[in-house]
Design a binder for this molecule. Sequence first.
Ligand SMILES: Cc1cc2nc3c(=O)[nH]c(=O)nc-3n(C[C@H](O)[C@H](O)[C@H](O)COP(=O)(O)O)c2cc1C
Length: 445
Amino acid sequence: MKSADIYFEFVDPTHISSYNPNYYYFKVFIFQKLIEVLNISSLSSKKIILGVSGSIASYKAIELLRLLISEGARVNVAMSINATKFITPLTFEALSGNSVYSQVFNSNTSLLMEHIQISKAADLLLIAPATAGIIGKVANGIVDDALSNLYVSYSGPTLVAPAMNDAMYANPAVKLNIVKMKDRGIQFIEPEHGELACGSIGQGRLAEPLNILETVKKILNSKKDFHGLRVLVTAGPTQESLDPVRFITNPSSGKMGYAVACAARDRGANVTLISGPCHLTVPAGLSFISCRTAIEMNQHVEKHFLDCNVLIMSAAVGDFAPIQIEKEKIKKKNKSILTLELLPTEDILKNIIRLKTKQFVVGFAAESENLTQSALEKLRNKDLDLIVANDISSPGVGFQSDSNQVTLIKRNEEIEKLPTLPKIEIADILLNVIRPSLSGFSSNS
Ligand SMILES: Cc1cc2nc3c(=O)[nH]c(=O)nc-3n(C[C@H](O)[C@H](O)[C@H](O)COP(=O)(O)O)c2cc1C
Protein backbone atom coordinates (compact mmCIF):
# COMPACT_ATOMS: atom_id res chain seq x y z
CA MET A 1 0.00 0.00 0.00
CA LYS A 2 1.37 3.44 -0.94
CA SER A 3 1.48 6.13 1.73
CA ALA A 4 -0.96 8.12 -0.37
CA ASP A 5 -3.55 5.37 -0.07
CA ILE A 6 -3.28 5.59 3.70
CA TYR A 7 -4.56 9.16 3.58
CA PHE A 8 -7.53 8.16 1.52
CA GLU A 9 -8.37 5.34 3.89
CA PHE A 10 -7.82 7.00 7.24
CA VAL A 11 -7.96 10.76 6.82
CA ASP A 12 -11.27 12.47 6.39
CA PRO A 13 -10.33 16.05 5.41
CA THR A 14 -13.57 17.47 6.77
CA HIS A 15 -12.56 16.41 10.27
CA ILE A 16 -9.08 17.85 10.43
CA SER A 17 -8.21 21.39 11.33
CA SER A 18 -5.99 23.46 9.09
CA TYR A 19 -3.34 23.27 11.85
CA ASN A 20 -3.13 19.53 11.61
CA PRO A 21 -0.13 18.50 9.48
CA ASN A 22 -2.34 15.78 7.97
CA TYR A 23 -4.47 18.49 6.39
CA TYR A 24 -1.41 19.76 4.51
CA TYR A 25 -0.24 16.28 3.51
CA PHE A 26 -3.72 15.61 2.20
CA LYS A 27 -3.64 18.77 0.04
CA VAL A 28 -0.12 18.01 -1.14
CA PHE A 29 -1.21 14.52 -2.11
CA ILE A 30 -4.18 15.79 -4.13
CA PHE A 31 -2.00 18.42 -5.81
CA GLN A 32 0.71 15.90 -6.69
CA LYS A 33 -1.89 13.54 -8.16
CA LEU A 34 -3.27 16.40 -10.28
CA ILE A 35 0.20 17.15 -11.57
CA GLU A 36 0.73 13.48 -12.39
CA VAL A 37 -2.62 13.23 -14.20
CA LEU A 38 -2.12 16.45 -16.14
CA ASN A 39 1.58 15.72 -16.67
CA ILE A 40 2.56 19.28 -15.72
CA SER A 41 6.05 19.89 -14.40
CA SER A 42 6.66 23.59 -14.82
CA LEU A 43 9.82 23.76 -12.70
CA SER A 44 11.76 21.06 -14.50
CA SER A 45 15.48 21.80 -14.68
CA LYS A 46 15.14 24.66 -12.15
CA LYS A 47 17.53 24.58 -9.20
CA ILE A 48 16.07 25.95 -6.01
CA ILE A 49 17.61 26.42 -2.59
CA LEU A 50 14.98 26.08 0.13
CA GLY A 51 16.17 27.99 3.20
CA VAL A 52 14.43 26.94 6.42
CA SER A 53 14.66 28.94 9.64
CA GLY A 54 13.51 28.17 13.17
CA SER A 55 9.75 28.74 13.18
CA ILE A 56 6.79 26.73 14.41
CA ALA A 57 5.87 26.65 10.69
CA SER A 58 9.11 24.82 9.78
CA TYR A 59 7.15 21.61 9.25
CA LYS A 60 5.33 23.29 6.34
CA ALA A 61 8.68 23.46 4.54
CA ILE A 62 8.40 19.69 4.15
CA GLU A 63 5.19 20.12 2.19
CA LEU A 64 6.75 22.92 0.20
CA LEU A 65 9.75 20.77 -0.64
CA ARG A 66 7.49 17.99 -1.88
CA LEU A 67 5.51 20.43 -4.01
CA LEU A 68 8.68 21.85 -5.58
CA ILE A 69 10.01 18.39 -6.32
CA SER A 70 6.72 17.23 -7.78
CA GLU A 71 6.94 20.18 -10.19
CA GLY A 72 10.31 18.94 -11.39
CA ALA A 73 12.60 21.27 -9.39
CA ARG A 74 15.95 20.13 -8.04
CA VAL A 75 16.03 21.31 -4.45
CA ASN A 76 18.88 21.78 -2.00
CA VAL A 77 17.84 22.58 1.54
CA ALA A 78 19.83 24.94 3.79
CA MET A 79 18.81 25.26 7.43
CA SER A 80 19.52 27.75 10.16
CA ILE A 81 21.01 26.14 13.24
CA ASN A 82 17.75 26.89 15.09
CA ALA A 83 15.63 25.27 12.38
CA THR A 84 17.34 21.96 13.15
CA LYS A 85 15.73 22.15 16.61
CA PHE A 86 12.29 22.01 14.98
CA ILE A 87 12.96 19.48 12.20
CA THR A 88 15.89 17.20 11.52
CA PRO A 89 18.00 17.68 8.39
CA LEU A 90 17.44 13.96 7.74
CA THR A 91 13.78 14.59 6.84
CA PHE A 92 14.78 17.07 4.15
CA GLU A 93 17.64 14.85 3.00
CA ALA A 94 15.30 11.90 2.53
CA LEU A 95 12.76 13.95 0.61
CA SER A 96 15.13 16.01 -1.54
CA GLY A 97 17.68 13.29 -2.21
CA ASN A 98 20.41 15.84 -1.47
CA SER A 99 22.51 16.49 1.60
CA VAL A 100 21.26 19.37 3.71
CA TYR A 101 23.53 22.34 4.46
CA SER A 102 22.98 23.00 8.14
CA GLN A 103 26.46 23.19 9.65
CA VAL A 104 29.21 25.58 8.61
CA PHE A 105 31.86 23.60 10.47
CA ASN A 106 31.03 20.11 9.33
CA SER A 107 34.33 18.29 8.86
CA ASN A 108 32.97 16.28 5.89
CA THR A 109 32.00 19.22 3.75
CA SER A 110 33.63 22.37 5.17
CA LEU A 111 36.69 22.16 2.94
CA LEU A 112 34.46 21.95 -0.13
CA MET A 113 32.92 25.31 0.83
CA GLU A 114 29.52 23.72 0.35
CA HIS A 115 27.54 26.97 0.58
CA ILE A 116 29.49 28.49 -2.32
CA GLN A 117 28.94 25.43 -4.52
CA ILE A 118 25.19 25.31 -3.84
CA SER A 119 24.65 29.04 -4.25
CA LYS A 120 26.51 29.27 -7.58
CA ALA A 121 24.20 26.89 -9.38
CA ALA A 122 20.81 28.00 -8.00
CA ASP A 123 18.05 29.77 -9.96
CA LEU A 124 16.21 30.87 -6.81
CA LEU A 125 16.69 31.07 -3.06
CA LEU A 126 13.37 30.57 -1.29
CA ILE A 127 13.45 31.23 2.46
CA ALA A 128 10.31 29.65 3.92
CA PRO A 129 9.48 29.95 6.69
CA ALA A 130 11.52 33.10 7.37
CA THR A 131 11.74 34.06 11.04
CA ALA A 132 12.23 37.58 12.36
CA GLY A 133 15.76 36.34 13.09
CA ILE A 134 16.79 35.40 9.54
CA ILE A 135 15.07 38.53 8.16
CA GLY A 136 17.21 40.62 10.53
CA LYS A 137 20.37 38.81 9.45
CA VAL A 138 19.69 39.00 5.72
CA ALA A 139 18.72 42.69 5.93
CA ASN A 140 21.90 43.59 7.78
CA GLY A 141 24.45 41.14 6.40
CA ILE A 142 24.89 39.22 9.64
CA VAL A 143 26.43 35.81 9.06
CA ASP A 144 26.53 33.27 11.88
CA ASP A 145 25.14 29.94 10.66
CA ALA A 146 24.65 27.82 7.55
CA LEU A 147 21.59 29.64 6.17
CA SER A 148 22.99 33.15 6.66
CA ASN A 149 26.36 32.02 5.17
CA LEU A 150 24.55 30.69 2.17
CA TYR A 151 22.58 33.91 1.72
CA VAL A 152 25.68 36.14 1.55
CA SER A 153 27.36 33.87 -0.98
CA TYR A 154 24.30 33.92 -3.26
CA SER A 155 23.47 36.70 -5.74
CA GLY A 156 20.38 35.51 -7.65
CA PRO A 157 16.64 36.09 -7.16
CA THR A 158 15.40 35.59 -3.61
CA LEU A 159 11.87 35.01 -2.34
CA VAL A 160 11.12 35.29 1.36
CA ALA A 161 7.99 33.94 3.09
CA PRO A 162 7.86 35.31 6.66
CA ALA A 163 6.13 33.42 9.48
CA MET A 164 5.91 34.78 12.97
CA ASN A 165 3.66 36.01 15.73
CA ASP A 166 1.61 39.10 14.71
CA ALA A 167 3.34 41.38 17.22
CA MET A 168 6.74 40.31 15.87
CA TYR A 169 5.57 40.97 12.31
CA ALA A 170 4.30 44.44 13.31
CA ASN A 171 7.54 45.32 15.11
CA PRO A 172 9.16 48.43 13.54
CA ALA A 173 12.59 46.77 13.43
CA VAL A 174 11.18 43.82 11.47
CA LYS A 175 9.26 46.18 9.17
CA LEU A 176 12.40 48.23 8.53
CA ASN A 177 14.41 45.10 7.76
CA ILE A 178 11.76 44.02 5.25
CA VAL A 179 11.88 47.44 3.57
CA LYS A 180 15.68 47.20 3.36
CA MET A 181 15.41 43.79 1.72
CA LYS A 182 12.72 44.94 -0.73
CA ASP A 183 14.96 47.86 -1.70
CA ARG A 184 17.59 45.31 -2.67
CA GLY A 185 15.10 43.56 -4.97
CA ILE A 186 14.30 40.69 -2.60
CA GLN A 187 10.72 39.56 -3.14
CA PHE A 188 8.26 38.73 -0.39
CA ILE A 189 5.17 36.64 -0.11
CA GLU A 190 3.13 38.21 2.67
CA PRO A 191 2.15 36.10 5.67
CA GLU A 192 -1.56 35.45 6.03
CA HIS A 193 -4.00 36.78 8.59
CA GLY A 194 -5.57 34.20 10.86
CA GLU A 195 -5.18 32.14 13.99
CA LEU A 196 -1.52 31.86 14.96
CA ALA A 197 0.26 29.03 16.75
CA CYS A 198 0.57 31.20 19.88
CA GLY A 199 -3.24 31.47 20.04
CA SER A 200 -3.59 35.09 18.97
CA ILE A 201 -5.26 36.20 15.76
CA GLY A 202 -3.41 38.47 13.39
CA GLN A 203 -1.07 38.62 10.41
CA GLY A 204 1.88 36.24 10.63
CA ARG A 205 0.87 32.79 9.37
CA LEU A 206 3.16 31.42 6.69
CA ALA A 207 1.51 31.81 3.27
CA GLU A 208 -0.08 28.59 2.04
CA PRO A 209 2.57 26.35 0.45
CA LEU A 210 0.49 26.17 -2.73
CA ASN A 211 0.54 29.97 -2.95
CA ILE A 212 4.29 30.00 -2.34
CA LEU A 213 4.69 27.44 -5.12
CA GLU A 214 2.66 29.64 -7.49
CA THR A 215 4.88 32.62 -6.71
CA VAL A 216 8.02 30.52 -7.29
CA LYS A 217 6.65 29.44 -10.65
CA LYS A 218 5.80 33.03 -11.54
CA ILE A 219 9.34 34.17 -10.74
CA LEU A 220 11.14 31.32 -12.46
CA ASN A 221 8.92 31.16 -15.52
CA SER A 222 8.57 34.89 -15.93
CA LYS A 223 8.64 35.97 -19.52
CA LYS A 224 11.93 37.17 -20.95
CA ASP A 225 10.24 39.24 -23.64
CA PHE A 226 12.80 42.07 -23.35
CA HIS A 227 15.72 39.75 -23.97
CA GLY A 228 18.32 41.46 -26.15
CA LEU A 229 16.69 44.88 -25.86
CA ARG A 230 18.53 47.83 -24.34
CA VAL A 231 16.45 49.86 -21.91
CA LEU A 232 17.63 53.20 -20.55
CA VAL A 233 15.82 54.42 -17.41
CA THR A 234 16.20 57.67 -15.48
CA ALA A 235 15.07 57.87 -11.85
CA GLY A 236 15.01 60.03 -8.75
CA PRO A 237 15.26 63.79 -8.29
CA THR A 238 17.96 66.19 -9.43
CA GLN A 239 19.70 68.73 -7.17
CA GLU A 240 20.70 72.25 -8.17
CA SER A 241 23.11 74.04 -5.86
CA LEU A 242 22.53 77.54 -4.51
CA ASP A 243 25.78 77.68 -2.56
CA PRO A 244 28.27 75.10 -1.18
CA VAL A 245 25.74 73.71 1.32
CA ARG A 246 22.27 74.35 -0.10
CA PHE A 247 20.40 73.09 -3.11
CA ILE A 248 16.95 73.01 -4.75
CA THR A 249 15.41 69.58 -5.21
CA ASN A 250 12.08 67.70 -5.03
CA PRO A 251 10.77 64.77 -2.96
CA SER A 252 11.11 62.08 -5.65
CA SER A 253 12.26 58.84 -4.00
CA GLY A 254 13.31 57.11 -7.24
CA LYS A 255 11.08 54.12 -6.40
CA MET A 256 9.10 54.24 -9.66
CA GLY A 257 12.19 54.39 -11.89
CA TYR A 258 14.01 51.69 -9.91
CA ALA A 259 10.92 49.48 -10.18
CA VAL A 260 10.84 49.98 -13.96
CA ALA A 261 14.57 49.24 -14.25
CA CYS A 262 14.26 46.05 -12.15
CA ALA A 263 11.18 44.85 -14.06
CA ALA A 264 12.95 45.36 -17.41
CA ARG A 265 16.04 43.56 -16.06
CA ASP A 266 13.88 40.65 -14.86
CA ARG A 267 12.29 40.41 -18.32
CA GLY A 268 15.72 39.99 -19.89
CA ALA A 269 16.59 43.56 -20.93
CA ASN A 270 20.05 45.01 -20.82
CA VAL A 271 19.30 47.93 -18.49
CA THR A 272 21.15 51.17 -17.78
CA LEU A 273 19.74 53.11 -14.83
CA ILE A 274 20.71 56.79 -14.55
CA SER A 275 19.78 57.95 -11.08
CA GLY A 276 19.69 61.26 -9.30
CA PRO A 277 20.48 61.26 -5.55
CA CYS A 278 18.18 58.85 -3.70
CA HIS A 279 18.40 56.47 -0.78
CA LEU A 280 17.61 53.24 -2.58
CA THR A 281 20.06 50.37 -2.84
CA VAL A 282 21.65 50.05 -6.26
CA PRO A 283 19.88 47.10 -7.92
CA ALA A 284 22.01 44.16 -8.99
CA GLY A 285 22.25 42.99 -12.58
CA LEU A 286 22.14 46.35 -14.39
CA SER A 287 24.50 49.22 -15.29
CA PHE A 288 24.12 52.02 -12.80
CA ILE A 289 25.09 55.66 -13.35
CA SER A 290 24.78 58.16 -10.55
CA CYS A 291 24.36 61.88 -11.20
CA ARG A 292 23.21 65.00 -9.41
CA THR A 293 22.15 67.91 -11.61
CA ALA A 294 19.88 68.20 -14.65
CA ILE A 295 22.94 69.00 -16.79
CA GLU A 296 24.71 65.83 -15.64
CA MET A 297 21.60 63.71 -16.21
CA ASN A 298 21.20 65.21 -19.69
CA GLN A 299 24.83 64.37 -20.54
CA HIS A 300 24.43 60.73 -19.46
CA VAL A 301 21.12 60.33 -21.29
CA GLU A 302 22.59 61.80 -24.50
CA LYS A 303 25.59 59.49 -24.24
CA HIS A 304 23.48 56.31 -23.95
CA PHE A 305 20.37 57.25 -25.94
CA LEU A 306 21.50 56.30 -29.45
CA ASP A 307 22.40 52.85 -28.23
CA CYS A 308 19.09 52.06 -26.55
CA ASN A 309 15.81 50.65 -27.85
CA VAL A 310 13.66 52.17 -25.13
CA LEU A 311 14.13 55.30 -23.02
CA ILE A 312 11.95 55.63 -19.93
CA MET A 313 12.36 59.09 -18.39
CA SER A 314 10.86 58.64 -14.95
CA ALA A 315 13.28 60.99 -13.17
CA ALA A 316 11.80 64.10 -11.58
CA VAL A 317 14.24 66.51 -13.24
CA GLY A 318 14.13 69.96 -11.64
CA ASP A 319 12.69 72.59 -13.97
CA PHE A 320 14.75 75.48 -12.64
CA ALA A 321 18.31 76.05 -11.41
CA PRO A 322 19.95 79.15 -9.88
CA ILE A 323 21.58 81.41 -12.46
CA GLN A 324 24.73 81.30 -10.42
CA ILE A 325 26.05 79.16 -7.58
CA GLU A 326 27.47 81.31 -4.76
CA LYS A 327 31.08 80.39 -3.96
CA GLU A 328 30.58 80.97 -0.23
CA LYS A 329 27.66 80.02 1.98
CA ILE A 330 24.91 82.66 1.69
CA LYS A 331 24.75 84.50 5.03
CA LYS A 332 21.47 85.15 6.80
CA LYS A 333 22.86 88.29 8.46
CA ASN A 334 21.45 91.61 7.21
CA LYS A 335 18.93 89.93 4.88
CA SER A 336 15.21 90.28 5.43
CA ILE A 337 14.44 88.83 1.99
CA LEU A 338 16.60 86.58 -0.16
CA THR A 339 15.73 86.70 -3.85
CA LEU A 340 16.87 83.81 -5.99
CA GLU A 341 17.24 84.15 -9.72
CA LEU A 342 16.46 80.90 -11.51
CA LEU A 343 16.73 79.76 -15.10
CA PRO A 344 14.98 76.79 -16.72
CA THR A 345 17.16 73.68 -16.67
CA GLU A 346 18.05 71.46 -19.62
CA ASP A 347 14.89 70.01 -21.20
CA ILE A 348 16.26 66.49 -21.54
CA LEU A 349 13.33 65.10 -23.53
CA LYS A 350 13.42 68.02 -25.99
CA ASN A 351 17.17 67.54 -26.51
CA ILE A 352 16.83 63.80 -26.95
CA ILE A 353 13.93 63.81 -29.37
CA ARG A 354 16.14 65.62 -31.92
CA LEU A 355 18.49 62.63 -31.87
CA LYS A 356 15.72 60.01 -32.05
CA THR A 357 16.01 57.36 -34.75
CA LYS A 358 14.24 54.13 -33.76
CA GLN A 359 13.97 54.49 -29.98
CA PHE A 360 10.67 54.19 -28.12
CA VAL A 361 10.53 57.18 -25.77
CA VAL A 362 8.42 57.31 -22.61
CA GLY A 363 7.98 60.48 -20.56
CA PHE A 364 6.48 60.95 -17.11
CA ALA A 365 4.26 63.86 -16.12
CA ALA A 366 3.74 64.61 -12.44
CA GLU A 367 0.91 67.11 -12.32
CA SER A 368 -1.13 68.69 -9.55
CA GLU A 369 -3.97 69.94 -11.80
CA ASN A 370 -5.58 69.17 -15.20
CA LEU A 371 -3.70 65.87 -15.25
CA THR A 372 -4.86 64.43 -18.58
CA GLN A 373 -4.82 67.73 -20.46
CA SER A 374 -1.32 68.67 -19.24
CA ALA A 375 0.00 65.18 -20.00
CA LEU A 376 -1.53 65.23 -23.51
CA GLU A 377 0.14 68.57 -24.20
CA LYS A 378 3.49 67.19 -23.06
CA LEU A 379 3.02 64.07 -25.21
CA ARG A 380 2.33 66.21 -28.30
CA ASN A 381 4.92 68.94 -27.64
CA LYS A 382 7.71 66.52 -26.88
CA ASP A 383 6.71 64.05 -29.61
CA LEU A 384 6.68 61.12 -27.17
CA ASP A 385 5.57 57.55 -27.86
CA LEU A 386 3.93 57.24 -24.45
CA ILE A 387 3.40 59.36 -21.38
CA VAL A 388 2.78 58.19 -17.83
CA ALA A 389 0.79 60.82 -15.96
CA ASN A 390 0.42 60.86 -12.22
CA ASP A 391 -1.59 63.17 -10.04
CA ILE A 392 0.75 64.22 -7.26
CA SER A 393 -2.08 65.92 -5.37
CA SER A 394 -3.71 62.53 -4.50
CA PRO A 395 -2.85 61.48 -0.94
CA GLY A 396 -0.96 58.21 -0.38
CA VAL A 397 0.36 57.79 -3.92
CA GLY A 398 3.16 59.24 -6.04
CA PHE A 399 6.39 60.64 -4.55
CA GLN A 400 7.92 58.50 -1.77
CA SER A 401 5.04 56.02 -1.73
CA ASP A 402 5.33 52.32 -2.68
CA SER A 403 2.11 52.68 -4.68
CA ASN A 404 1.07 54.92 -7.49
CA GLN A 405 -2.00 55.74 -9.52
CA VAL A 406 -1.15 56.58 -13.11
CA THR A 407 -2.77 57.19 -16.47
CA LEU A 408 -1.03 55.91 -19.59
CA ILE A 409 -1.47 57.94 -22.78
CA LYS A 410 -0.17 56.49 -26.03
CA ARG A 411 1.02 58.40 -29.11
CA ASN A 412 -2.40 57.78 -30.73
CA GLU A 413 -3.88 59.51 -27.63
CA GLU A 414 -5.53 56.33 -26.37
CA ILE A 415 -5.93 56.79 -22.60
CA GLU A 416 -5.74 54.01 -20.00
CA LYS A 417 -6.31 54.91 -16.35
CA LEU A 418 -4.83 52.32 -13.98
CA PRO A 419 -6.06 51.76 -10.43
CA THR A 420 -3.76 52.41 -7.45
CA LEU A 421 -1.14 49.66 -7.62
CA PRO A 422 2.30 48.86 -6.18
CA LYS A 423 4.97 50.58 -8.30
CA ILE A 424 6.48 47.22 -9.27
CA GLU A 425 3.13 46.18 -10.80
CA ILE A 426 2.81 49.49 -12.64
CA ALA A 427 6.32 48.89 -14.01
CA ASP A 428 5.27 45.52 -15.43
CA ILE A 429 2.08 46.95 -16.97
CA LEU A 430 4.11 49.77 -18.53
CA LEU A 431 6.48 47.23 -20.09
CA ASN A 432 3.48 45.20 -21.34
CA VAL A 433 2.17 48.32 -23.08
CA ILE A 434 5.58 49.16 -24.59
CA ARG A 435 6.51 45.66 -25.80
CA PRO A 436 4.14 45.35 -28.82
CA SER A 437 5.59 48.58 -30.27
CA LEU A 438 9.04 46.98 -30.25
CA SER A 439 8.13 44.17 -32.62
CA GLY A 440 10.37 45.74 -35.26
CA PHE A 441 13.39 45.39 -32.99
CA SER A 442 15.12 42.07 -33.35
CA SER A 443 17.32 40.92 -30.48
CA ASN A 444 20.38 43.13 -30.06
CA SER A 445 19.28 45.45 -32.90
C1 LIG B 1 8.15 26.88 19.67
C2 LIG B 1 8.79 28.08 19.03
C3 LIG B 1 8.23 28.59 17.88
C4 LIG B 1 8.79 29.71 17.25
N1 LIG B 1 8.22 30.19 16.12
C5 LIG B 1 8.74 31.30 15.54
C6 LIG B 1 8.16 31.82 14.36
O1 LIG B 1 7.19 31.32 13.81
N2 LIG B 1 8.72 32.93 13.81
C7 LIG B 1 9.82 33.54 14.36
O2 LIG B 1 10.26 34.57 13.83
N3 LIG B 1 10.40 33.04 15.48
C8 LIG B 1 9.89 31.93 16.07
N4 LIG B 1 10.48 31.43 17.19
C9 LIG B 1 11.69 32.07 17.71
C10 LIG B 1 12.88 31.67 16.84
O3 LIG B 1 13.03 30.26 16.85
C11 LIG B 1 14.13 32.35 17.39
O4 LIG B 1 14.01 33.74 17.20
C12 LIG B 1 15.39 31.87 16.71
O5 LIG B 1 16.47 32.59 17.23
C13 LIG B 1 15.32 32.03 15.22
O6 LIG B 1 16.52 31.56 14.65
P1 LIG B 1 16.80 31.53 13.09
O7 LIG B 1 16.14 32.72 12.49
O8 LIG B 1 18.29 31.57 12.98
O9 LIG B 1 16.25 30.24 12.58
C14 LIG B 1 9.94 30.31 17.83
C15 LIG B 1 10.50 29.76 18.97
C16 LIG B 1 9.94 28.67 19.57
C17 LIG B 1 10.57 28.11 20.81
